[in-house]
Design a protein around this ligand. Structure first.
Ligand code: UD1
Ligand code: BG6
Length: 690
């Protein structure tokens, strides 16, 4: 949701200009998450400069550049700094609500935070009663104030270590968070910790790291015992001063040959796209990890001992290139991503579909196929566009596997406390792999013993790591908030899964072969559909831009396309739009139809064609003039209708093609309305809070 970024250099001399630039570039890579942003940077000893600006990162850059008194050439051999781009969950987007939030005017503790603290009101009330004055409307500020409160409650001589202090703070926090904390009491040190929100650490050294992992430290590191407050207020109890000091083992990875710390740079971020241009060596923190960086060494402690948790954190190599996350010659990321679909669908199928032998092999599922085939039912769980990809493939999944399928919106699934059993298979579909509702649903199903399968685009994401098995859709990074290429790749991944699960069913061979043959045609057919772009741009300007509403109708396999098309239109152009199942028309939506109501009808050639023709008649009988999305070879459509003609594919894959004109229409309507396509208002790419 929000984006956080921090940069530390140790024994690697950098000037202030470099440090600020690193922070600003880090923020701009995360900018698709947020609306306002700020950066911070240290100056003299124990002084921290904070720059805040509402809006885009460019405005923050301009503000910093206009500070004539700031010595940009000042050099720092070792230095810590951090930055944040904010998506307003609590409080308006304005300077006072921008991060980092501080404990007091001397910045004794400052915090950047991604996520949501659900008990912040209670914490704030208690802290205010104790004389801590709040400066913002955010939930984050209570973290900084709480750190100071705990610190202040310890007499000189028995102050906690930085790690112990942050542990005590985390124990009081409820909700989801990734936080980075800095303190004047611990200059040049940084603590980063997470619970439910993503956080990773990039490492850059000149020499190769000695080992590819960091040991988790437990010795003396258990969360400190709390001592009840005199007035029965145990919530903010101070740390037991007699708690033994933390034991520190050496982080072997970061030592040089002579055992001394070596020059090193660390890049901490909520998303790998902010790190990849600096280093590809990264370490993903797990929930409850407390990473402490001090004198060039990274130490990882645990909030609580967990015997099921690995005691090592692997340093992995990111496989993403910066070029992959740049816009190239396109005006917007969304446009680029729509145009990438001929390649992204190939990447999803690469090494998995053999078009000669007509077989599908999903490496991630191979050892689980028998269990999945034996299950009582499959439950798909997702949000937004990912949910639509489940709706789109449900019918073919049921047809090929003959296993009952239910499709659930993650939030509703949780609200209903849906019964889940050990013989269920639950499939979690998420582009980011970090959507809070989907992760919570996953954990709910894990607790109930179901086999949990992930379908995600992000290797190393929470869903990818916490599921038993799964499929990476390999669509490449998707930056536009409105999901496009991830939708088509999720669709294909789910179809591939159904194909593989049904490979032992002789009766389905013909059907399977027809699908695999058309998967092979897909890149070419997508290219032909993208060639409609100019026509669609014209259509959007002539007929749609000024409308207040747009209904998109279809049935069967096209129901998902209608829902997804309507979601694209509303999220991008802020125009009301509804996806309507044509079979439901006479049960309500028909009342909306008159000569002024814009309608798009999807009428491609499949077994339901006659029924959609009947819907067309119902609409025209009420003086409606629908625009019809139909197949290029359809000669039944009278000339009086405006048509968008797309190539025909086997029925269950047709939705991969019919969605493309709707992606393009929504894009052009949004551009024509002057809306910022990549940053629709009030929306975020990755919704990491409930
Ligand atoms: C894997 C490699 C790929 C390599 C190929 C060669 C990775 C990420 N992929 O691809 O680079 O070219 O083998 O055979 O290393 N998983 C989950 N949950 C998810 C998604 C995936 O648990 O949500 C698991 C899978 O079960 C699997 C692993 O992650 O164990 C990798 O999945 P995936 O990338 O889909 O596997 P392959 O296509 O075999
Ligand atoms: C957000 C995005 O709402 O999350 C949507 O704006 C997306 O585009 C939805 O479909 C679900 O995200 P994910 O990452 O779980 O697929």
């Amino acid at each position: 949701m929000c984006g956080i970024f921090a940069y530390l250099n140790y024994l690697v001399e950098k000037d202030r200009r470099y440090i600020i630039n690193t922070l600003l570039t880090g923020l701009s890579r995360l900018e698709y998450r947020g609306y306002d942003s700020l950066a911070v940077n240290g100056d003299k000893e124990n002084e921290f400069l904070i720059f805040r600006e509402v809006g885009k990162v460019a405005a923050l850059r301009a503000k910093i550049e206009s500070q004539s008194t700031l010595d940009m050439n000042k050099k720092f051999l070792s230095h810590t700094s951090m930055a944040h781009t904010r998506w307003a969950t609590h409080g308006q987007p304005c300077e006072k609500n921008s991060h980092p939030h501080r404990s007091d005017p001397n910045n004794e503790f400052i915090v950047v935070h991604n996520g949501i603290i659900t008990n912040y009101k209670e914490l704030r009330t208690i802290l205010e009663k104790n004389g801590y004055l709040f400066e913002s409307d955010t939930d984050t500020e209570c973290i900084a104030k709480l750190a100071k409160y705990i610190w202040d409650n310890h007499a000189k001589g028995s102050k906690p270590t930085f790690t112990t202090l942050v542990k005590a703070v985390c124990k009081e926090l409820e909700g989801a968070f990734a936080i980075i904390v800095k303190s004047t009491h611990f200059p040049d040190e940084v603590i980063a910790t997470r619970r439910g929100s993503p956080l990773l650490i990039g490492v850059k050294t000149q020499k190769k790291l000695k080992v590819d992992f960091v040991d988790v430290e437990f010795g003396g590191a258990e969360a400190p015992a709390a001592v009840a407050q005199p007035k029965g207020n145990s919530l903010l109890a101070p740390i037991n001063p007699s708690h033994p000091p933390m034991q520190r083992s050496q982080s072997r990875a970061f030592l040089s040959d002579d055992g001394m710390p070596q020059p090193i740079e660390y890049f901490l971020a909520s998303d790998p796209s902010a790190i990849v241009e600096h280093t590809k060596r990264v370490l993903y923190l797990e929930d409850g990890d407390i990473a402490h960086i001090d004198e060039g060494e990274l130490h990882i402690h645990r909030l609580r001992r967990d015997d099921n948790m690995s005691t090592m954190r692997q340093i992995q190599t990111l496989e993403m290139e910066l070029a992959e996350i740049m816009k190239g010659s396109f005006d917007h990321f969304m446009q680029k991503e729509i145009y990438e679909q001929p390649e992204s669908v190939v990447n999803t199928m690469r090494g998995r579909v053999n078009f000669d032998t007509r077989t599908v092999t999903l490496g991630g599922l191979s050892t689980y196929l028998a269990t999945i085939r034996r299950c009582r039912r499959i439950v798909f769980v997702a949000c937004g566009t990912s949910y639509h990809s489940c709706i789109a493939t449900r019918a073919i999944f049921e047809e090929l596997t003959e296993i009952p399928i239910s499709v659930e919106l993650a939030s509703d699934f949780l609200d209903r406390k849906t019964p889940i059993f050990r013989d269920d298979v639950c499939v979690f579909v998420s582009q980011s792999g970090e959507t809070a509702d989907t992760i919570l649903a996953l954990r709910y199903c894990l607790e109930r013993g179901a086999l949990c399968v992930g379908i995600t685009n992000t290797v190393g994401s929470s869903i990818s790591r916490e599921t038993h098995c799964g499929v990476h859709i390999n669509a490449g990074p998707e930056i536009g908030v409105a999901s496009t290429k991830a939708y088509t790749s999720q669709f294909i991944a789910l179809v591939m899964m159904a194909l593989q699960l049904s490979e032992d069913r002789i009766s389905k061979t013909e059907r399977r072969n027809a699908i695999i043959d058309d998967l092979c045609r897909l890149p070419q057919v997508i290219k032909e559909t993208l060639a409609l772009d100019n026509e669609l741009k014209q259509l959007s300007r002539e007929s749609l831009v000024k409308q207040a509403s747009l209904l998109i109708m279809g049935r069967g396999y096209q129901n998902a396309t209608c829902l997804e098309g309507a979601l694209k239109i509303k999220e991008l152009s802020y125009m009301h739009s509804e996806g309507i199942l044509a079979g439901e028309l006479k049960h309500g939506p028909l009342a909306l139809i008159d000569e002024n109501m814009p309608v798009i009808l999807i009428m491609t050639k499949d077994s339901l064609y006659p029924k959609v023709q009947s819907a067309l008649q119902q609409v025209t009988a009420r003086k409606g003039h629908p625009i019809i999305i139909c197949n290029t070879n359809d000669s039944n459509i009278p000339d009086k209708y405006r048509t968008i003609r797309v190539p025909q594919l086997v029925d269950c894959l047709q939705g991969l093609i019919t969605v493309i004109p709707l992606q393009l229409l929504s894009y052009h309507i949004a551009v024509a309305r002057g809306v910022n396509v990549d940053f629709p208002r009030n929306l975020a790419k990755s919704v990491t809070v409930e």
